[in-house]
Design a protein. Structure first.
Lengths: 704, 704
């Protein structure tokens, strides 16, 4: 049997292809792939299978898969759902390596369809044959002319090879992306649409794609993922190999999420967790399809900026200001030109604004040498990561456009390591001429700034590729005997894992509660301790602000009495005595088991931040301390930890250590733990650590 | 003399035009306007002025403005800065009604330029002649073929008349907008670019534009505004007359704001205040130029939706989910189809998702009658404000496009009051054919959702046009004798204006502090009261948590002693006794004097909300209670006032009354008050009002 990557190579770079249900009609599902294969001049063997014909589209047809002269690498099944199972069986029998199932009418439809899909999947799995689909639009590999798709978008032309790949659950979305990217003149080596994902899924396709040396960017689309480990591995490999992933993840809205659940079998997982995982691994989550293509186009050369600084050249103050606004939003640094260079520009043109945006005024419109001097100065002396020139509709005139391009190339020669970008509104052929020379061209300045911001994002992500790896030493594995753990049981386990708790003591029945409390140090809080009482306050099992021994005795008696009265059946371990701590900044941390991503660490500030603002963030476990630092800085209220109104900065290092430790523990115990709550945790001032004041572990039900 | 609106009509709808500096060269500043006037067939008299020629571009030329056969309504001055003052003088002498000054080299350049501009402005003002510019690109009124502009964008074609107007400080931005809108096939009656605004400014041009009956939308651009009253009046008139204003306000970033201040003479004002004023008056602030044009195009028919509900039709689940996500972000309600209608659709096509998004699956691609049935059902039974159909690149085929349009029109006939929108990627002429039938067409679904959201925004704003009017009865006017006011002086003034304060008392030297404090009710806070001591805590002049008479006596003695020691020169009124109040939700309110908008009321939640999250919002004063309610609901932490974790809802009505009262007071005293601080204010639970615990009024320096 082939390993997984090899089997995808059989699917995407086959030597031979069978088309089951081949048709002479090039507008039909069984006709289109053959037409495309022929038009593209696919070099491998192509075997139409159709029992009713001698030839199909001029090629010798075969009556069955069994009758083929060789076992093809790939079989494209262009037959109705009802006939698919039989076709899959024949292919499996013939040792076909992979089959593409176009037909709908499977798990996405009804229970009968789901049964059909399961049967087909079972047959394939048994033989080791890989399946793509069903209910998918297939694949292409334009670099070898292989088209295993019936996308009608190819009627108007095949696809130019190039460093972009597309991976999409939705066939319609994937082929629309391809269509739009083709309109933009972009080259794309690969498209994979995965449909119902009975076998091959988006994660695996992505994993294969990011390993292809000739791919620099992947545009992806998904509603959810099925295979967390392969997915995260794909993201890790992409980051290491400097492949940009630009992702359209849908289902973030309530209606959208509802539609996802009715549309796919995939467990969607929480959209907020997706968002966090994307940030964790440096994936760019596109907000719009237009943005997805803009960014893919800009990253397709695999060249990234040396810094996030941007020099803006304009001939109109207003445009410059607008771009500066958008640049700031995109995280770019519109740093001023060096003072001396500014003086030189002022000397050249007294009306100019030489700072940045550099405004050469309308004077430069008619004085190209002046413009070239200005731009050269910016590139030679500004030390910018990016140059962005605002040219409006000027380049729409072919004569001016050519001269301008010449001038820009001359100026660009001064600085080979500044990425050159332009805004212009001009016919496609003029835009292409600039793009061919390596310029990033956009019509809209705001879109351009977003694109440049994404390039900085990728650069930063690639640079920290070594961090955040999952080969972290996992924490100790813990088994549970079943049922929820009391606070007193949970704390030692989490302390072992790396969480700090305050000194505590247990008052057992008959103990002198005053003496035990005194050993902790007043003021204290007393809490009933029982594995059977999860909600301690509901039975009056918590008394705070206990100030001396007498009060402790009274409080303990009260709690024991309440527990005996309200929960006579509960196993009472005693009463936990903890110090009252109100120093530091209150945070909450925890672990949840996400349907898509498994154990995920959550972090947020306590109080109104979590209750009113839902200001929390997530990371897939495990992750390292550096990643924890990034996580902490994502919340809106982060300034609280830096110290507000003269408060001392908090011990963010200790917090990051704790979150990372918690993530390792969660990863090591993904099979036995459903969730962990540390709420509240108080982060002390820098150097003084933190203390978790409460802890809860809920074991995975039925799995412990 | 003409009133202001008439004088702008002379500028924008003249009967006669002189062009000073007229040139035969149609590529020169002095040649272009004449060329455009001739090409457009302007019906009024056109007088080229050029002492060196008999004729210019075939028209009789005159040696000077004085030599013209009549006084023209408008003079276009296409002469260099140095010659402009003389030209303005001649025009003023001849009773020309308005002059357009193209030339740069005035206030935007240096002090000499500023002096030149002032001289020219003085001459015009004395004679009653209006001036546009200098440093501007002029105007056009395509409906009468009047082109008083040298924009090179018109070289490639004039502008089709239509219900869109453009008002822009930046000539380059304004003419680029015109260029892009023309590419989109949009008709535009007017363009006004105001440049340095030595006389006519954006506010006045906007004011004129929104009064034109044939204008439905104005696209505006500004870096700042100079005339608050006219500006707000323009926004009010626009709202009353249902004119959509789509505004590009630049300078929101630090670099951008810096560039604005060096680029224009205008006082920019706070960008956050601009943002709030736009919300207050229902202006849509465009984030990108593309968005500005999309929204203007959609609103150009002046038709708005009956509700914010949206029915999404798709043939691909993925696209539907993506659009549902974007719809939610845009504030649209993707409400489900009625249950019965869903059942009928399921009966028609078992594989369909009939809820909303309504997914007719790929089946509908080839079965147009099925698609029509689905869409008809949505329009007849869904009661949607909007219908959005996702068609991808299907309509790129002219034959399919025509059939689809027919099908959509048939379906649309079922519901005349649903606004029809489509996404498609197709050649311009196909898109135009849909637009001509009243469809809103976009390539990108995300952009379309933003556009529809903006239409809902305008609808809501127009519906509340009666509210928020500035004809509110102003509060009492107050004069100050100068200097800052003590808390004790400020409170009665603000109480008179409508702010509630707790019962307080003053301990004077020699009083029994215990008895005075007891009259307020313990616990109390004691604060030194002196107009000379602004920062009371700095001298130890505040003691909180005073619980009984003895403590009050001790505290009062301490405070008197500290004041005597640390500020022996201060006038001491006594010690203010206030009740300690910690109930309710802490908010802050105040008034600031914005450089652009004058008195502006600020509101936010106290504590971390203002300190860490800067969660505050603004309104230009005055405003009514309904507007105050909207203001309150804008802050991110609004849930705090609704009651979190079981807390009772706060008295938001009382808060809204107070903010509106504060705004009236601020407006009535704009000339004497620099700022007001109410911090903290505690809003009690519903029905129990609020109390302001501290107050500060800073009179306007040098104006009181």
């Amino acid at each position: 049997m082939l390993n997984r990557s090899q089997s995808l190579s059989a699917l995407l770079a086959p030597n031979s292809v069978a088309l089951v249900g081949a048709s002479d009609d090039v507008t039909r599902i069984g006709g289109r792939p053959l037409r495309y294969l022929r038009e593209a001049g696919f070099k491998g063997a192509v075997y139409p299978v159709n029992p009713k014909r001698e030839t199909v589209q001029g090629l010798t047809a075969y009556a069955s898969v069994g009758a083929l002269p060789e076992a093809p690498d790939v079989a494209i099944l262009a037959v109705p759902a009802a006939a698919t199972v039989q076709a899959v069986r024949e292919c499996a029998g013939r040792n076909v390596k992979a089959a593409i199932v176009f037909s709908a009418g499977f798990a996405e439809t009804d229970e009968a369809g789901r049964a059909l899909q399961n049967e087909m999947t079972g047959i394939a799995r048994e033989s080791g044959m890989r399946l793509l689909g069903p209910n998918c639009l297939g694949v292409f590999n334009s670099s070898i002319g292989f088209y295993g798709t019936f996308s009608a978008m190819l009627d108007t032309g095949l696809v130019k090879p190039g460093p972009i790949g597309i991976v999409s659950q939705s066939g319609a979305y994937g082929s629309h992306l391809m269509y739009l990217a083709r309109l933009r003149g972009l080259g794309m080596n690969h498209l994979v649409t995965t449909g119902n994902e009975c076998d091959i899924n988006v994660a695996e396709a992505l994993r294969w794609m990011v390993e292809q040396p000739d791919i620099n960017v992947v545009m992806a689309y998904a509603e959810g993922i099925k295979d967390r480990d392969t997915f995260i591995e794909a993201l890790e490999v992409a980051r290491e190999r400097r492949k940009a992933i630009v992702f359209m993840k849908v289902g973030r809205s309530e209606v959208g999420a509802h539609a996802v659940s009715s549309h796919t079998a995939a467990l969607a997982g929480s959209d907020a967790v997706f968002d966090s995982v994307f940030r964790q691994y440096g994936v760019w989550r596109a907000q719009t399809t237009a943005e997805q293509i803009d960014i893919a186009a800009a990253c397709s050369r695999g060249v990234y900026p040396k810094s996030n600084s941007l020099g803006i050249f304009t001939m109109s103050g207003g445009f410059g200001i607008q771009m500066a606004d958008d640049a700031e939003t995109a995280g770019l640094d519109v740093k001023p030109m060096p003072e001396k260079a500014q003086e030189e520009l002022k000397a050249m043109l007294p009306y100019a604004s030489p700072r940045n945006p550099v405004d050469a005024t309308a004077q430069a419109v008619t004085d190209l040498p002046l413009m070239t001097s200005f731009i050269s100065a910016m590139l030679e002396k500004g030390d910018y990561g990016f140059f962005a020139g605002i040219f409006g509709s000027g380049p729409a005139s072919p004569t001016f456009s050519g001269k301008l391009r010449q001038a820009l190339e001359t100026a660009a020669a001064a600085s080979r390591d500044t990425i050159m970008a332009l805004t212009m509104t001009a016919p496609d052929e003029i835009v292409r001429a600039y793009e061919d020379k390596g310029f990033i061209v956009a019509q809209d300045g705001s879109a351009l700034m977003k694109t440049l911001g994404a390039m900085v994002h990728f650069r930063n992500s690639f640079e920290r590729a070594a961090g955040g790896k999952r080969e972290l030493a996992p924490g100790e594995h813990v088994e549970f005997s079943g049922g929820a753990l009391s606070e007193r049981e949970a704390k030692p386990i989490l302390a072992q894992a790396g969480v700090t708790f305050p000194k505590e003591a247990l008052i057992k029945a008959g103990d002198d509660a005053g003496a035990v409390a005194a050993s902790v140090g007043f003021p204290v809080v007393l809490k009933i301790s029982s594995p059977d009482i999860a909600h301690k306050t509901e039975i009056g099992g918590v008394i705070v602000g206990v100030k001396d021994e007498a009060a402790a005795r009274e409080a303990a008696a009260t709690i024991f009495a309440r527990a005996a009265e309200k929960r006579p059946d509960a196993r009472i371990e005693g009463i936990l005595v903890s110090p009252m701590i109100s120093d530091g900044v209150e945070i909450i941390a925890g672990v949840v088991s996400d349907p898509a991503f498994g154990p995920v660490v959550m972090f947020g500030l306590g109080g109104v931040f979590v209750e009113v603002l839902k200001d929390v963030t997530f990371r897939a476990a495990p992750f390292d301390v550096a990643e924890a630092h990034r996580m902490i800085r994502e919340i809106r209220g982060f300034a609280m930890l830096e110290g507000v109104r003269g408060a001392a900065p908090s011990d963010v290092d200790a917090l990051a250590e704790m979150l990372s430790a918690l993530s390792r523990f969660a990863a090591a115990n993904a099979d036995t733990i459903e969730s962990i709550d540390l709420n509240p945790v108080r982060v002390m001032e820098k150097g003084k650590g933190l203390v978790a004041l409460d802890a809860l572990i809920v074991p995975a039900s039925g799995r412990s």
